[in-house]
Write a protein that binds this ligand. Structure first.
Ligand code: SF4
Ligand code: SF4
Length: 83
């Protein structure tokens, strides 16, 4: 299972990761204006949120390499069809 960490000092509360995550791993804590991790166990390590965060506030540890390889190949094949 991936460990998902939000750097609270870096997070500007834009909500992009909350919108973007396909598995609802995040929620926006409106009181503090920061994202919090609520379903870490559902993270599939697509790293989409990592790429979309404008503050580079997200960190993922213990990513399963084979799972990431599968996702990279799927994206690569999809791009081949478009280009
Ligand atoms: S995308 Fe980054 S800055 Fe925006 S809410 Fe998520 S962690 Fe915070
Ligand atoms: S890596 Fe993918 S599944 Fe995991 S928290 Fe980010 S967007 Fe969600």
């Amino acid at each position: 299972m991936a460990e998902v960490i939000v750097d609270e000092d870096a997070c500007v509360g834009c909500g992009s990761c909350v919108e973007d995550c396909p598995n609802d791993v995040y929620e926006l804590d409106k009181e503090h204006g920061k994202t919090v991790v609520v379903k870490e166990e559902d993270c599939m390590a697509c790293l989409s949120c990592h790429e979309i965060c404008p503050s580079q506030a997200l960190e993922h540890n213990d990513i399963h390499v084979a799972k990431r390889l599968y996702i990279d190949r799927k994206v690569s094949k999809a791009l081949d069809k478009i280009i």
